[in-house]
Design a protein around this ligand. Structure first.
Ligand code: C2E
Ligand code: CA
Ligand code: CA
Ligand code: CA
Length: 265
């Protein structure tokens, strides 16, 4: 019985890894199997939705596959540009439905700025809705050349796009990035937020980050807000832009979210 179970597992995992071969990923891209899901970003002062983060989901045979399972392979096989443009094409259709002040946050990697891909993509759209798109610079490897990236950020900012540093306080995203990248927002990593009510040290770290952000005129978004206590603590120390399961899980439809601890306004 034990051997049978092991054999079953082996077959299951080898079938699963087949899914992540380049030809399968390319096929999934051309079949538009990667879908944008939307998670609300809230203002706790007004109770309104400020915007939504676009998060990739792979819909494969009715299974919803999360990015942590496929994004590594997408990057490895050089398909990140294709994934991002597929998501953007679909998300563009939603942009018109947003109210004027709302935005969509899109995850991009620094390499997409370095290669000019992002600029050329939006240029092909005549920079339409630029003021409604924020680009979250998501980092998985350290940035080597800040000059080129900042030139791209400056060019896109002139068209109306805004930029944030994602996952601030985690991994390679250290404090020096604030001084090196021309962004106007930082997004606190959820590892800083998740157990903050129980962790006085994290509260102090967060307060120091907030003081620094104020000095540098940076806006701060708190991510990973799962309960009311965290929402209140963050609001009280000055983080009123918040995102997390407490307000809504990522949803395939902008107007439908599982939790509804907010109004659309
Ligand atoms: P991220 O950009 O930091 O996105 C936030 C992640 O936190 C999302 O995971 C979201 O579902 C999750 N999250 C939101 N609220 C909560 C909460 O209250 N508690 C907890 N525990 N988690 C929460 P998801 O969608 O699985 O995405 C994981 C990562 O994959 C993203 O992290 C991002 O780095 C990457 N990713 C997703 N979509 C894209 C994409 O289109 N392009 C690129 N380059 N990366 C993407
Ligand atoms: Ca993000
Ligand atoms: Ca993050
Ligand atoms: Ca992340």
């Amino acid at each position: 019985m034990r051997h049978l179970k092991m054999l079953f597992k082996l077959v299951y995992y080898s079938l699963l890894s087949l899914n992540f071969r380049p030809f399968r990923l390319k096929m999934a891209l051309s079949n538009v199997e990667f879908k944008p899901y939307y998670q609300p970003i809230m203002c706790t002062k007004t109770g309104c939705v400020l915007g939504y983060e676009v998060l990739a989901r792979w819909i494969s045979n009715n299974d919803v596959i999360l990015p942590d399972r496929f994004i590594h392979y997408i990057e490895k096989y050089g398909l990140l540009d294709a994934l991002t443009s597929s998501l953007l094409e679909q998300a563009y259709e939603e942009l018109g439905a947003l109210s004027k002040q709302q935005w969509l946050s899109v995850n991009i990697s620094p390499s997409m700025l370095e290669s000019d891909f992002i600029y050329q993509y939006f240029k092909s759209k005549k920079f339409k809705y630029a003021e409604r798109i924020k680009l979250e610079i998501t980092e998985r490897i350290p940035i080597s050349d800040f000059t080129v990236i900042n030139e791209q950020i400056t060019a896109l900012s002139k068209e109306g796009f805004e930029f944030s540093i994602d996952d601030f306080g985690e991994g390679y995203c250290d404090i020096s990035y604030i001084s090196k990248l021309n962004v106007n927002t930082i997004k606190l990593d959820k590892s800083l937020v998740l157990d903050i009510c129980l962790n006085v040290k994290k509260q102090r770290i967060l307060k120091a980050i907030l003081a620094l952000s104020k000095q540098l005129n940076l806006q701060v978004i708190g991510e990973g807000v799962e309960d009311k206590e965290t929402a209140m603590l963050l609001t009280n120390i000055g983080v009123s832009m918040q995102q997390g399961f407490f307000y809504g899980k990522p949803s395939h439809n902008l107007l439908i979210t599982e939790n509804m601890n907010y109004q659309r306004c």
